[in-house]
Design a protein around this ligand. Sequence first.
Ligand code: FES
Ligand code: FES
Length: 221
Amino acid sequence: MLVSSTRFMGHTVPKPLESRVEQPKSGPNRRNLFGALGMAAVGRAVATVPAEAQIPANAPTPTTLDVNGRDYRLVLDTRTTLLDALRDHIGLTGSKKGCDQGQCGACTVHVDGVRVLSCLTLAVSVEGRKVTTIEGLAQADGTLHPVQQAFIDHDGFQCGYCTPGQIMSAVACIREGHAATDDDIREYMSGNLCRCAAYPNIVTAVKQARDRMGPNAKETA
Ligand code: FES
Ligand code: FES
């Protein structure tokens, strides 16, 4: 686990860096004093590292990602997002890039069964964890997941651009037990925007899938 995370409109997103850094209190104290002395020592140490020994932030880094049950060995710039790794390096383009800044939900995937915004997640941070994308939701014989089927049955989309993210979010929403009422579904799917405004049909689709997945939904992919 390389990044701290928090919940936002149903999604797990990395915490902003500032909120993970303890803010110093005003005025001198033991912690500030020793911290300052420590930083001075680190500064001297860094200054003595030869320039050629420093690793640039964009240095290619070998990374293995487990996506939909298959290992992909990649060499990535450590700043590569999970969304770009999936789309541009692995070739799984089902996860969509809408806003690329955590506001639309089009890029939603699951990491260890929890929905995350892949545009806000560094690919290297999910090494060793199980990533599931829309391409990994149906069964091997092509049978659609109940949520996929429900979106078709109830026209839960128009242009379809938001649909992979909506479906991944809906699967998680049902598994979390957040699909008991229409209001719950609207609230816990609110991180997924649909510019075609297919919202009423999406709610109906989620309810059908919830009923078909039944009480064992938590164990269902
Ligand atoms: Fe990730 Fe919009 S593309 S939230
Ligand atoms: Fe077009 Fe949702 S179906 S954006």
